[in-house]
Design a protein around this ligand. Structure first.
Ligand SMILES: O=C(O)c1cc(=O)[nH]c(=O)n1[C@@H]1O[C@H](COP(=O)(O)O)[C@@H](O)[C@H]1O
Length: 303
């Protein structure tokens, strides 16, 4: 089954459009895990990141369709961190979750092929084999083609940066040329690349990233890319709320997943959960925060 249909099935099975972002940070790990780190070596921290992410996966595996490990936090630890990333991806798959690896990768076509194989390929050629990868469009159409090819071969998907959630993204993305902004042009390209690749759910493998922090643009992008799944980051810690993401969904409640990282994985630090669960019951704080987000989104999106 192609990626778009697998994502639709996972959303329908769990009744959730929440994507849990796995962005481990040393300083914010629950004390029980932080204190068990034997020394300052990368191996010790990598083991802690793996344990942390696996425990989160155990908590959310039946209540969300997908997780999004952010490669940067694993890369920061060096080779041991990248081994941990592979372990986390495989563990999530073993628990039935779809995995969107957040790498924001891309390069000239011949190099992009290596990225595509590393993150979306099969077997030994794909140490971080995921269902989907975030990808930059900056190098143009020929840089996206290796990803299109591997999506066809491996029933994978990509989420291409269209309108990012950060305040500075507009410097380049909002530039107008030939009567349209750069992000509108990227959206048009994704619609072209999805042609002939549409699954039963009505979507194709070429998805888009549009931030929750730009609700008006999200509405416009939903209309401009009727066949692209939209990954919506920026919910929670960056200020995006349920009303802001409504415009990303189609009339059936499909077409988008909303990511939250810090507000879920470090829920034990949030005032509303800290007192009730404390650091020792951090997993319950994760569960409560995920259920809360599911509920907030569920009241507007019926899946
Ligand atoms: O591609 C992404 O996931 C992404 C794109 C974007 O425009 N903004 C954005 O915040 N992200 C990622 O989404 C996650 C947001 O994390 P929180 O702000 O903690 O929920 C981080 O892993 C970011 O790297």
């Amino acid at each position: 089954m192609n990626f778009a249909d697998r994502l639709a099935a996972a959303v329908q099975r769990t009744g959730s459009v929440t994507c849990v972002g796995l962005d481990p940070r040393k300083a914010q790990l629950p004390a029980v895990i932080r204190n068990s780190v034997a020394d300052e070596s990368a191996d010790a921290w990598a083991a802690a990141y793996t344990q942390f992410c696996k425990e989160i996966i155990d908590v959310v595996k039946d209540i969300v369709p997908c997780v999004k490990p952010q490669a940067a936090f694993f890369e920061q630890l060096g080779p041991a961190g990248m081994v941990a990333l592979g372990q986390v991806i495989r563990y999530a798959h073993g628990k039935g979750l779809l995995v969107i690896t957040d790498g924001k990768r891309n390069d000239i076509g011949s190099t992009a092929t290596a990225y595509a194989q590393a993150y979306l390929g099969a077997g030994d050629r794909s140490p971080w084999g995921s269902d989907s990868l975030t990808v930059s469009p900056y190098l143009g159409q020929d840089s996206l083609e290796p990803f299109v090819k591997i999506c066809d071969q491996r029933e994978a998907g990509v989420f291409v940066l269209v309108k990012t959630s950060n305040p500075g993204g507009g410097l380049l993305q909002d530039r107008e040329t030939d009567g349209q902004t750069v992000y509108q042009r990227v959206a048009a390209l994704l619609t072209e690349l999805n042609q002939g690749r549409i699954g039963e759910c009505g979507y194709g493998p070429m998805g888009a990233v549009v931030g929750a922090t730009y609700p008006e643009q999200l509405v416009a992008m939903r209309a401009a890319m009727p066949q692209s799944w939209i990954l919506i980051p920026g919910f929670g810690a960056q200020g995006g709320a349920a009303d802001d993401v409504l415009g990303g969904f189609d009339s059936k409640g499909l077409g988008a997943v909303v990511n939250s990282s810090r507000h879920i994985i470090f829920a034990h630090e949030r005032e509303e959960f800290r007192e009730k669960y404390g650091d020792a019951q951090w997993q319950q704080a994760v569960e409560a925060a995920t259920n809360q987000m599911n509920q907030q989104l569920g009241t507007i999106v019926k899946v």
